[in-house]
Design a protein around this ligand. Sequence first.
Ligand code: UFG
Length: 339
Amino acid sequence: MKTILITGGAGYIGSHTAVELVAAGYQVVVVDNLSNADTTCLKGAEKITGRSLPFYEIDCCCKEDLQTVFKKHPIDGVIHFAAFKAVGESVEKPLMYYKNNLTSFLTVLEVLLENGGGNIVFSSSATVYGQPDILPATEDTPRGVATNPYGNTKQICEDILTDAVKAHPTLQGIILRYFNPIGAHPSALMGELPRGVPNNLVPFITQTAAGVRDVLQIFGSDYNTPDGTALRDYIDVNDLARAHVSALQKMYTKNDPGSCEIYNVGTGQPLSVLELVQKFCAVNNIKVKYKMAGRRQGDVEAVWANTSLANKHLQWKAEVPVEETLARAWAWEKKIRDL
Ligand code: UFG
């Protein structure tokens, strides 16, 4: 049985991935410094899997701490989620973003190599594409110029991994470029837990529906899109979690050290902000007060994925209908608010 280290495993995507890995027969070990998470989702993951999941509250930037985890567990592979991820904050605190996101990834790679190497999945983002000229974006779509330090750390980490696998034949890598992850686990035991005012659309919608926020602002109604609001590719977090299992399985089956493949993880279906809000209201039979507002700085007009490569080579595809995802997002919000 393979043992997979999940860095940032207490977080939103990490905890869902832990559950899917256990279901697929992997052992998981979680590390997280809890800088942007508490243990709610981890406890949810333990309840769902019926397992106690080894957890270390450590910072991946600390090499000694990470070494102790590798000494305790026979780590065969790593999924690296641990990173800061708020675009606006990265503009205000660029050094903090570069230091944390690059140091943690470099340290994870160093320690993995010092322990004989293995397979590694890096969690990247569609943000690396910027605004593509041609849509949907394929993995060959040129990366855009990063418009913020957060996006730049994703690009740099992609380059670090690409170079590292070339130089170190004991490493094999897959870069997953996530589009817009949304939703929660069907059990409502795990979901997104943003701190403070949510930056992302769906938590803002669910908090507005719950009465925590007065009104949702729709950022931009004059885009060159069918209804004037921005287009995105919203991927269910459980589908996204399964993509990590498929990526690891691909690497273990192919066993091609020195390779680093890149896959888009999305649905391939664009939805506008307005459509998403309307679907949320319809499926949950609830009103969400919204108003049109100006464009948000740094936003692109439209981006969605061509997922053919992941469909073919990872034998993975998005399965959960967006309506179901939005119902789960609401069930989770109600659960954490005791509604
Ligand atoms: N939006 C609103 N109102 C809100 C929040 C968001 O209208 O209150 C809109 C945004 O303007 C955007 C869409 O909803 O048009 C989606 O916004 P999100 O913030 O949920 O997601 P992004 O597309 O901005 O985020 C993606 C990735 C991030 C990445 C970012 C970089 O999910 O990881 O792109 O631009 F950092």
